[in-house]
Write a protein that binds this ligand. Structure first.
Ligand code: DNO
Length: 348
């Protein structure tokens, strides 16, 4: 296992220098944020990012994400051009030594929450999700602010996009995903970049849009769409774990060799389709993080791991879910579990 930490680039108040001081963190997860979705990333820009990370004594481990243009998910417009650009980006990433790319296939919205700074009883702030609140939000009015939100959409773009999706069923989305994989994974195999799809967060439909990477059966279906180790997963415990039907240790054991990137975090299920993000420690939420790490250990996982969303603690302010302190505690906690598993050995 290689412990990593997400860094949002030069504007991130959590600097590379700070990340370097977290015990056991050696890798950085990042992306190039100013290239419009759909355009190819040049080799020079990738190299620039890599050099910056390396100058701080860290390694650029995974790209999270190379985003997928909506035309590809819609199966319309310029999808062939955008797929071609995607393949160029993969080739350039490989040339710069990157071997793992995270992406998602969620229509329009990435991860979604109803409150970005809900106050917990201990005074910390966490992201929470209440289904009723979210389903009553209107993406076309100005009051919506989501952490994974692409702020570059105007209201008119958004209206047009949502209108286009009205004609896209779940089965259409599967077909469009297969069309994408058939072209992109071939290149990923050629240049040896492991593609790792991120599950939908939350793993159910929002705003009437289809979502398909949501549970064990669908993940199995996804992996069979293109049966290759290069067509793999980012197994995000927090995204899938808010559905009681998803048993995370079982999922980890079910897809050996296909999980390339592990997002480890805890969540507390507070009702049907309702949850709070919790501190990483098992007894703070509904997931057993020791059992999760044990499943990785026992299946010989040697991919990348990162702590995922943290609460805001000790007065920290910043990017929701991506402060320094709580994520750093998460990294050290996960490393502690891993070290114990390694020292106790057995079952591997
Ligand atoms: C949230 C993240 C997601 C993830 C993308 C991958 O914190 O896990 O935004 O980066 O879905 O494409």
């Amino acid at each position: 296992m290689k412990m990593t930490f997400r860094w949002y680039g030069k504007d991130d108040p959590v600097t590379l220098e700070k990340i370097r001081q977290i015990p056991g963190v050696t890798g950085i997860i990042s992306a190039i944020y100013d290239i419009p979705v759909g355009e190819a990333w040049s080799y020079e820009r990738i190299l620039e990012l890599k050099r910056e990370v390396e100058a701080a004594g860290l390694e650029l481990s995974v790209i999270e994400s190379v985003p997928v243009h909506e035309d590809i998910k819609l199966g319309s417009g310029n999808r062939d051009l955008y797929i071609e650009n995607y393949c160029t980006t993969l080739r350039n990433l490989a040339k710069a030594g990157i071997d793992c790319v995270c992406y998602n296939f969620m229509p329009v919205f990435d991860w979604t929450r109803s409150d970005l700074a809900y106050q917990l009883p201990d005074g910390s702030n966490a992201l929470i999700y209440n289904d009723e609140t979210v389903q009553n939000m209107n993406p076309l009015t100005g009051d919506l602010s989501l952490p994974g939100w692409d702020a570059s959409y105007t209201k008119d773009d958004m209206r047009a996009l949502l209108e286009q999706y009205r004609h896209v069923s779940e089965e259409d989305l599967w077909a469009n995903l297969k069309y994408f994989l058939d072209r992109v994974i071939k290149v990923a195999e050629e240049v040896r970049v492991k593609m790792a799809i991120h599950p939908d967060d939350p793993p159910w439909s929002i705003f009437g849009l289809p979502r398909i990477i949501t549970n064990k059966d669908n993940i199995q279906r996804f992996l069979k769409l293109y049966d290759s180790p290069y067509n793999g997963l980012t197994l995000c415990s927090g995204s899938l774990g808010v559905s009681p039907e998803n048993d995370i240790p079982d999922l980890i054991r079910s897809f050996p060799g296909r999980i390339h990137f592990a997002h480890v975090r805890n969540v507390k299920i507070t009702g049907a389709h309702c949850f709070e993000e919790a501190a990483h420690k098992s007894d703070c939420g509904s997931l057993d993080i020791v059992e999760i790490m044990k499943a990785y250990y026992e299946t010989g996982f040697d991919g990348y791991v990162r702590p995922d969303h943290g609460r805001m603690i000790w007065g920290e302010t910043g990017r929701p879910g991506y402060g320094l302190y709580d994520r750093a505690l998460g990294a050290v906690y996960i490393n502690g579990i891993w070290e114990t598993l390694e020292k106790l050995g057995g079952n591997r």
